[in-house]
Design a protein around this ligand. Structure first.
Ligand code: CU
Length: 150
């Protein structure tokens, strides 16, 4: 019966997902920049930490402030030209975090109802494949900000 302790050890190492698996995505270092004038898009950045036991897939974002909100990926070619495109679904593996940051993944807010102003906050909803929505509050920093504390 030597295999039984081994099986128990495996079970302990891989517990079943909890029923209350709702709030296992934590948004940290959330920030946004003041947008420049009318008709310019806004941008938001953050780190998303999956503290749960299953992979979570981010499929989209929504906010009352923008008619269209998308997750974009910026890439830079060998010749130094940057461009961005919709990032598609983003898997966040259990216990890991992904960074949305300048020069990489970001949330782009198009057709804003009014420019994002330094000092204000707005709400953003992160939409996950399993049907969960995670609401976050986004502070708007200066147009020149380069990180969450600057
Ligand atoms: Cu973009």
């Amino acid at each position: 019966m030597k295999h039984i302790p081994f099986a128990l050890a495996l079970f302990a190492a891989f517990p079943a997902p909890l029923a209350a698996d709702q709030q296992n995505i934590i948004a940290e270092q959330v920030w946004s920049r003041a947008s420049m004038g009318e008709n310019r898009p806004g941008v938001a950045y953050m780190e998303l930490h999956n503290t749960g036991s299953g992979t979570r897939t981010l499929t989209g974002v929504e906010t009352g402030r923008a008619a269209m909100a998308q997750i974009h990926q910026t890439s830079t070619s060998a010749s130094g030209v940057s461009q961005m495109a919709p990032a598609g679904d983003i898997d966040i593996l259990p216990g890991t975090r992904i960074a949305l940051e300048p020069g990489g993944l970001h949330i782009m807010l198009m057709q804003l109802d009014r420019p994002l102003a330094e000092g204000e906050y707005y709400h953003l909803t992160l939409i996950f494949k399993n049907g969960d929505n995670v609401e976050i509050r986004v502070p708007v920093l200066a147009a020149s900000a380069r990180g969450p504390g600057q």
